[in-house]
Ligand binder design. Structure first.
Ligand code: OK8
Ligand code: C2R
Length: 418
């Protein structure tokens, strides 16, 4: 905190305080309170140590999201109970995503059994209004409320954008929690508009925000629902709630860090280096660790097989990309001699494209190498294979798809307004 001067209190909620930062008017400080509340404030207790656990949980969750490329207001931690965020005008809507039916959904939809799975996840929105117990709102109600936040009018486009981001945030965290064999049942997030007019995932995301069932078992729940369900709140059961929150905060350490999986880019000649570096750049952006090797199946068959044996013997999950111009023997030879997945990405030239491409495609039976022709596509193909066992790569891919959605949406919106 040494480099920031805390200014006036801007806002105080049930569980946090928000302060101006004197050095930078675009930022603010969120300070967590040692307080737990539920039922829109009807139930409220002091809980010493909760602020530290909540802050650490939020910091870890936002780090995971930022690392995957989701745009959030989170900037950095600022002591055990505080973090710095971009100052936002908050949109007064709770954006809820559900994978399984439970909680308030069951009350609104009698007959639907608890645990009913929503594929795709169900999305609901609630207007933040404690006095009226946060009524559910439709898209149309949000749009016609004519919110203008930080100069941004909340139209159908903005609602569509926030819904899609909400879904991606849920899916990323659901995949992440699956690594610890815990089912993310549902969750709530909020959005704000920063000083640049950008819509960001804001507020906090911690054990208040979701339902989390270890082993998918409701009886093992580790979230605030345990507190909501208490008819008689004692110090002992408050301690249980705190222990649960601490467990969640600690589990996140196993989730937010994981070694980047390896993608080995084989080139048939040093002359292919620039093309391979382009693949490596895209691979790095998708959370992969690229490694470049030179070997030719035509000119150095034995050496090529020895290099593959290095990776087969490593016991790691490795994806191979073969970059070989002219007649591609490299990719098919690799594919015929290893069970590691092989992606051909021949560096085609316009004058030989027709002759060269067939050497990658017209391969003998018993081979399963795939072929793409753009460096970015090779990196994506490798990432899609790794995403099946690596939730961080999965998150990168999902955010790339989100970015495609956002740029099309914004492009369309701009044309309509021009
Ligand atoms: C929220 C998903 C679940 O916590 C309370 O009881 C009230 C209130 C508060 O005082 O902080 N909390 O406003 C809230 N609303 C929804 N959610 C909140 N945290 C989450 O959204 O994961 C909740 O944890 C659906 O909740 P449901 O089933 O109650 O609609
Ligand atoms: P040289 O620079 O060795 O003449 O190679 C290389 O990838 C390069 O694009 C010229 C082009 O031939 C390719 N090459 C292959 C193989 N080895 C080298 N297609 C192979 O084993 O398939």
């Amino acid at each position: 905190m040494a480099d920031y001067k805390v200014g006036k209190l801007i806002n105080e909620g049930k569980t946090k305080k928000i302060y101006n930062l004197l050095n930078d008017p675009t930022l603010c400080l969120l300070e967590s309170k040692d307080r737990i509340t539920a039922g829109d404030g009807a139930k409220s207790h002091d809980l010493e140590g909760k602020a530290t656990i909540s802050t650490s949980t939020t910091v870890k969750v936002f780090r995971l999201l930022n690392q995957a490329g989701v745009k959030t207001a989170y900037v950095k931690p600022a002591g055990p109970k505080c973090f710095i965020a971009k100052k936002c005008n908050m949109i007064p809507i709770e954006w809820v995503t559900r994978r399984q039916a439970t909680g308030s959904f069951l009350k609104r939809h009698p007959g639907v059994p608890e645990g009913y799975r929503f594929n795709p996840p169900l999305q609901e929105t609630f207007y933040k209004d404690d006095a009226n117990h946060d009524p559910q709102w439709s898209d149309e109600q949000i749009i016609t409320a004519d919110f203008i936040m930080g100069g941004v009018k909340i139209t159908k486009d903005e609602v569509d954008i926030m819904k899609r981001i909400t879904l991606v945030v849920f899916e990323i965290l659901e995949r992440a929690w699956a690594v610890r064999n815990s089912a993310l049942i549902d969750m709530k997030i909020e959005f704000g508009v920063d000083s640049d007019g950008e819509i960001l995932v804001a507020d906090i995301i911690d054990s208040d925000s979701w339902r989390l069932w270890p082993s998918g078992d409701k009886k093992l729940m580790k979230d605030k629902q345990v507190y909501r369900d208490l008819s008689n709140v004692t110090q002992q059961n408050l301690e249980t709630v705190k222990r649960n929150f601490k467990w969640v905060e600690e589990q996140l350490d196993y989730i937010i860090e994981a070694p980047s999986p390896l993608v080995v880019i084989f080139m048939g000649s040093p002359s292919d280096k620039a093309f391979c570096q382009e693949i490596a750049k895209h691979a790095t952006a998708l959370g992969l660790k690229p490694q470049l090797r030179v070997c030719s199946a035509h000119k150095g068959t034995l050496e090529t097989l020895n290099i593959v044996a290095e990776y087969e013997g490593s016991g790691e999950n490795v994806v191979l990309i073969a970059v070989a111009g002219r007649s591609n023997g490299l990719g098919p030879v690799l594919s015929g001699n290893t069970v590691l997945p092989v992606i051909n990405c021949p560096p085609l030239r316009s004058d030989n494209i027709e002759r060269s491409i067939w050497s990658s495609l017209d391969v003998p039976s018993g081979l399963g190498c795939t072929t793409v022709i753009y460096p970015e596509a090779a990196a994506f193909a490798a990432a899609q294979i790794h995403a099946m066992h690596n939730h961080l790569v999965w998150a990168h891919l999902r955010v790339k798809q989100l970015d495609n959605f956002l740029s099309l949406k914004r492009g369309d919106s701009k044309l309509r307004k021009s």
